[in-house]
Design a protein around this ligand. Sequence first.
Ligand SMILES: NC(=O)c1ccc[n+]([C@@H]2O[C@H](COP(=O)([O-])OP(=O)(O)OC[C@H]3O[C@@H](n4cnc5c(N)ncnc54)[C@H](O)[C@@H]3O)[C@@H](O)[C@H]2O)c1
Ligand SMILES: [Zn+2]
Length: 356
Amino acid sequence: MSTNRTITVELGDRSYPIVIGRGLLGGDFALAKYSAGNDCLIVSNETVAPLYLQQLKADLDGCSIDVLELPDGEEFKTIETATHVLDRLVQARAGRDTTVIALGGGVVGDITGFAAACYMRGVAFIQVPTTLLAQVDSSVGGKTRGKQPQGKNLIGAFHQPKMGLIDTETLDTVPDRELRAGLAEVIKYGAIADKTFFAWLEANMDALLAKDPDALAHAVQRSCEIKAEVVADDEREAGRRAILNFGHTFGHAIEHCQGYGDWLHGEAVAAGMVMAGELSGLGAGDATRLRNLVASAGLPTAPPPAESKALLDAMGLDKKVQQKQLRFVLLRVLGEAYVTSDYNETRLLNILEAAD
Ligand SMILES: NC(=O)c1ccc[n+]([C@@H]2O[C@H](COP(=O)([O-])OP(=O)(O)OC[C@H]3O[C@@H](n4cnc5c(N)ncnc54)[C@H](O)[C@@H]3O)[C@@H](O)[C@H]2O)c1
Ligand SMILES: [Zn+2]
């Protein structure tokens, strides 16, 4: 087993560690010392539990463990599913010192975190993310959510975990398409905050796609470091944290037009980043590098054929709209992002019309 790496998300008295390593699950990592008390509820799903539940249980030596398996799928990321988690806690008469543990991808993490935030106004929560997207993004930073049919991400809570346990070996079983979707968020970190990391990704994309353990470990670590640093700076998204939404205004619109599900979140964000790069008016070199890196990860660089109006309408529903003015995360250069409502409208319409 390679050496573990620990990143601290610095949030005052809510600071917490993210431990990254290969083979952590079912190894000799003592997870129980991070639980609030003796009682743990592990929430996973029907796909991930058969793969990793036993190993996780072994790391919780001495704890009394209850398990809830959810159905698998983005369509189950609903308030109703979160209610199942809450019902289980109520039925078990779970106390204030219960620890709720999410074992799975972003869907399990979001639902479980939301339930942990609601139960008794917040009980201890541990993230054990098992997809690349969850390891580098959804498990870091304390945003949790359910979803309503009317719109995405309108209902949620900030609830920081007590710790994050990232076993990069779990990526061995992640389907290739899901891995590529996670790479979209990894590329995002390079694009918004670290041009050296961006260049590293250009040089190592083949290794990442081949699931090279060292390459994956570095990508996960650097991504978590960047997200942790941005979140520590602006936990509640009063300002800078919004740069993490690079590519997401377009991406959410694509997901909306597609009716959630046809495109994975990361795929929509990938095309969205290329579009946001174009709206940024990046120099030709930077715009081409962004497009090429996205393409080299096997991700889409343009939205699916759709009416430009449908995309714009979908953007009107985006939560980043403030006073009916769209806000975008744009790049000054690769590695430097800013949030603005002052964008080139003609350029925006041209980008959307290219989608027709
Ligand atoms: N809270 C946040 O800050 C935040 C940030 C980004 C994304 N998200 C949310 O995260 C969700 C997407 O997360 P995701 O991409 O992890 O999707 P997901 O949770 O649906 O996982 C993708 C698929 O992989 C399966 N899976 C998970 N781990 C596996 C493993 N190790 N081996 C084999 N299969 C495995 C899952 O069961 C699922 O079928 C979206 O709902 C998105 O809105 C939240
Ligand atoms: Zn995202």
